[in-house]
Design a protein around this ligand. Structure first.
Ligand code: TRP
Ligand code: ZN
Length: 892
């Protein structure tokens, strides 16, 4: 039995790694699938690892009923092994072992969605990170790789489809209404990549020819009624297969590749060998239910899981501390995949800006809080808590820095060497760094600190222009704030891509001492590796404006004091689109901080015309990609503004940002109306980049227009809502309508529109999630309204997507209401975390993180947050997952 009451959670440490005492060569499993009692028979052939300090045969198991344990044909006596928590130790086992295990498990009772569980009457598995031990006793750790053969047996009527990893080698009837399927995975794999699916499912399938000419079978499996929503996932899969061949020379290694969609899933998707299992959110799409953002999400998650087949499955992780080895690299690959599919240079920049926005908003915040950890952590209590934005998104930035430092071809050489050395192995982050280093003859010793040190480095910039000598000096100084367990940091190796703009906004030729000048190349990657370094440029004929950290070349905060005029120049002219956008964000942030302070001081609010005119010029600049204009016109989020303050005042920030939006709405009214009209997308819906860009600018214009209370724009939104033929336009209009600060008449209309939407889509779970999400994030939704929505018949905490749609969105994305002064938001949060903890610890622990940054709020709010954290910490039967998060928060 699992020890669930973890008052002081026990950490495990990377330094304590010991190789497994036994390897497993083959795994044979037989499942008698029954929702209430599934019988699992497992036969393992194992052999002693002579190189390990571990002499016992060690297995892990959780929540299992063990029916039988036989070692080399002999039943194991109780005295022949010990069990402590999830760990079974068998001492004095021979060098060669055949272990036969029979376990009984209860899928229908499994609400954690880890291990074997039931979803709408079908069987689904989720084994990463440590779910396999909920199926059978096993050395459930990623460095134990074995070949699996699996026989699935089940009632033929209820479970007509039986899927496993690898190839289907046999199937047939068993009589008595039951049937079987035998699956064999030709590749050895760690247990976390095991999967089975059984149930009543239908598929879209297609034969596909690989670059080598070999034909493979692709399938997308869904529940009945959803076959009209699989085309985009199938297209994304084919694009992924082609892209990995072209960009990295990596081919699909199986004859069959399957995707299965389930509505009960803790995360986005899972890369099980040959049998990827997905949250329906990242598979199902058609124009009437999915937004452009959903289409893009499906493309990138399908890509992500497919790319894991090489970066994760063929080469896997030695231990879970190395998680970013596969996740950071695979996120980098999926980001590049999406960027390459768009193709154009501004299209790439748009993707880059979107990715950096997430990094800054979520990862920088994590890095500044009690859960801060290095990309390769040194310890954890519950590995499920470490599937974080630091491991994924910062990990991807670390991989991107190799790409920036080594160049396109150098990076590819490093990848090729990585696979040549490590195919079929379970390795460490250091092995990846060594491959990049050795393939390019580059010393990347100092680069290791990106893996070992947590925290977001600050780079302070000082510049000096000498007109007489025509020299320009840039001094870069780095520091990194303390993080839990790491009071001091050593300097990082930071690539700083840059250029110099002349007064007309054009790139100037670069002559930097110590760097080779290249004709026609006006961007350079400076390498900052000391605490402080000065870079000297010669032949600089006029005072330049430095464009630094182009394309966001490192995950750092860049402190540089630009004047408004310099930012205006960068926004209007920088050849690097990322920094163009960045300049606009700097202009906006400066103003939003000022406005917030004015709100707090009770002073009158005003927005200057320089800023408004810069936005007007961008909005009306038809040479710019509409998607790029949409990004420039979008103000930094309330969460981003909050990062600018020592002490956060969520209501003041909200008031300030809304004021700025209303000003923009008022002053740019005619421009916004014309942008709206010019970017309509009549005709058949298409989720291509050009149409998506148009819709995004049009809908941004609409949301601005609705900020300045005016009945004609309300009518515009209403018309768009009722006439829309796609979910992107419909949802954007509904969001606008329900946030409109109008008269009672319009509030009635808003309620009517929400009702209408609910009725129309009540059978589409993913759309009802949107319906809850939209209300959770509306300005007017307070704690009482959330409680009321929780009693709605469509609401349940038992389904992660539904739970997230309302409660996570309220706690994380409606800060002015969640942080209401009476603390009722925190009380709700505590109730929810405690309730979820009983159902699904992984999901509960995610919500628990909403109070991570409690120290950043005024004392009166801190007190109430502290009380809420204490309440959760004192709850009965707290999972390790939740206990780790609240214990760390309380220690802040
Ligand atoms: N490896 C998965 C991915 O990134 C993540 C994942 C899916 C996961 N389901 C999980 C991690 C459950 C922990 C628990 O693609
Ligand atoms: Zn992944």
């Amino acid at each position: 039995m699992r020890n669930d009451t973890a008052a002081t959670p026990q950490a495990i440490f990377r330094k304590d790694y010991v190789a497994p005492g036994y390897w497993v060569d083959t795994v044979e499993m037989g499942f008698d699938l029954d929702l209430d009692a599934t019988h699992v028979a497992t036969r393992l052939t194992m052999r002693r690892n002579p190189d390990s300090a571990e002499k016992d045969l060690v297995l892990f198991g959780a929540e299992l009923k063990t029916l039988q344990l036989r070692l080399n044909g002999v039943n194991l006596k109780k005295s022949a092994y010990t069990i402590d928590g999830e760990t079974m130790r068998i001492p004095n086992a021979p060098d060669e072992v055949v272990l036969e295990i029979e376990t009984l498990i209860k899928p229908s009772k499994n609400t954690s969605l880890s291990g074997l569980y039931a979803s709408n009457g079908n069987f689904i598995t989720q084994c990463e990170a440590e779910g396999f031990r909920k199926i059978t006793w096993f050395p459930d750790r990623p460095d134990v790789m074995a070949k699996y053969t699996v026989v699935l047996r089940a009632d033929k009527k209820k479970f007509p489809v039986l899927l496993g990893n690898g190839n289907l080698i046999e199937q047939g009837d068993l009589g008595d209404g039951r049937h079987f399927a035998k699956w064999e995975d030709p590749f050895k794999k760690p247990s976390y990549l095991f999967a089975l699916v059984a149930g009543s499912l239908v598929c879209q399938e297609e034969k596909y020819k690989l670059g080598s000419g070999r034909e493979v079978l692709l399938q997308v499996w869904v529940e009945k009624g959803n076959l009209d929503k699989t085309q985009h996932a199938m297209d994304s899969l084919k694009n992924s297969i082609r892209w990995d061949e072209e960009r990295f020379g990596l081919e699909l290694d199986l004859d069959r590749f399957m995707i299965v969609a389930t509505s009960d899933f803790n995360m986005g998707a899972m890369e099980n060998k040959g049998l990827n299992i997905f949250n329906t959110k990242y598979v199902l799409a058609n124009p009437s239910i999915a937004t452009d953002i959903d289409y893009a999400g499906i493309e990138s998650v399908v890509g992500h899981e497919y790319f894991h087949n090489w970066t994760g499955n063929r080469v896997t992780c030695r231990d879970w501390f190395q998680l970013s080895l596969k996740e950071g690299l695979t996120v980098f690959r999926d980001q590049e995949f999406s960027a390459d599919l768009v193709g154009t240079s501004t299209g790439r920049a748009v993707k880059r800006i979107e990715d950096v926005r997430v990094l800054r908003q979520v990862q920088f915040s994590e890095d500044a809080g009690p859960m801060a950890h290095p990309v390769r952590p040194d310890s954890f209590v519950e590995i499920n808590n470490f599937y974080t934005v630091t491991i994924y998104e910062k990990g991807s930035e670390v991989v991107r820095m190799y790409y920036t430092l080594l160049g396109h071809d150098g990076f590819r050489k490093g990848m090729d060497l990585y696979f040549a050395r490590h195919d079929g192995q379970a390795v460490e982050c250091d092995d990846f760094r060594a491959a990049m280093s050795d393939a390019n003859g580059r010393d990347l010793t100092q680069f290791e600190r990106w893996y070992s040190q947590a925290g977001t480095p600050r780079v302070d910039v000082q510049t000096h222009y000498d007109a007489a000598a025509q020299t320009y000096e840039i001094t870069l100084s780095q520091r990194c704030p303390a993080t839990p367990g790491q009071p001091e940091k050593l300097p990082f190796h930071i690539p700083v891509a840059m250029g110099l703009l002349n007064s007309a906004g054009q790139d100037m030729p670069l002559h930097c001492e110590g760097y080779e000048a290249q004709a026609g190349v006006n961007s350079l990657v400076l390498e900052l590796s000391a605490a402080s370094q000065t870079f000297r440029f010669t032949q600089v004929i006029e005072q330049p404006v430095a464009s630094l950290l182009r394309n966001f070349s490192a995950p750092v905060v860049l402190n540089i004091s630009y004047s408004d005029e310099e930012l205006g120049l960068l926004l209007a002219h920088d050849s690097d689109p990322f920094n163009r956008w960045e300049a606009g964000q700097r202009l906006a942030t400066r103003r939003l901080v000022r406005l917030t302070k004015a709100v707090q001081a009770g002073e009158p609010l005003a927005l200057d015309s320089m800023f408004i005119e810069a936005l007007r010029a961008t909005l009306n600049n038809d040479t710019l990609d509409p998607a790029f204009r949409e990004l420039v016109l979008t103000l930094p989020s309330e969460a981003m503004i909050a990062e600018e303050f020592e002490v956060v005042d969520p209501q003041a920030i909200h008031t300030a940002r809304q004021f700025a939006r209303a000003q923009i709405s008022q002053h740019l009214r005619a421009d916004l109306l014309s942008a709206y009209e010019q970017h309509l997308t009549p005709g058949k819906f298409s989720p291509d980049a050009v149409s998506m860009a148009k819709r995004s600018l049009k809908n941004l214009a609409l949301s601005y227009l609705l900020e300045w209370v005016d009945e004609s724009t309300f009518e515009l939104a209403k018309t768009q809502f009722y006439d829309a033929e796609n979910m992107t336009d419909r949802l954007a209009a509904l969001a606008g309508i329900s946030n409109f600060r109008g008269q009672p008449q319009q509030q009635k209309e808003a309620a009517k529109a929400l009702q209408h939407f609910y009725k129309e889509f009540k059978k589409e779970a993913l759309v009802i999630d949107k319906w809850f999400m939209l209300q959770a994030t509306a300005h007017t939704t307070d704690v009482a309204k959330v409680r009321e929505l929780m009693t709605h018949k469509a609401f349940t905490l038992g389904n992660p997507n539904r739970a997230r749609s309302l409660t996570f969105n309220f706690c994380n994305a409606n800060p002015a209401q969640f942080h209401v002064a009476d603390g009722s938001g925190y009380a709700l949060w505590a109730e929810l975390v405690i309730a979820l903890n009983k159902i699904n610890p992984q999901v509960a622990a995610r919500l628990a993180r909403s109070l991570d940054r409690w120290k950043k709020y005024p004392l009166h709010l801190q007190e109430k947050m502290h009380a809420a954290l204490e309440k959760v910490a004192a709850a009965k039967k707290l999972s390790k997952d939740v206990a780790e998060v609240v214990t760390k928060a309380l220690a802040a």
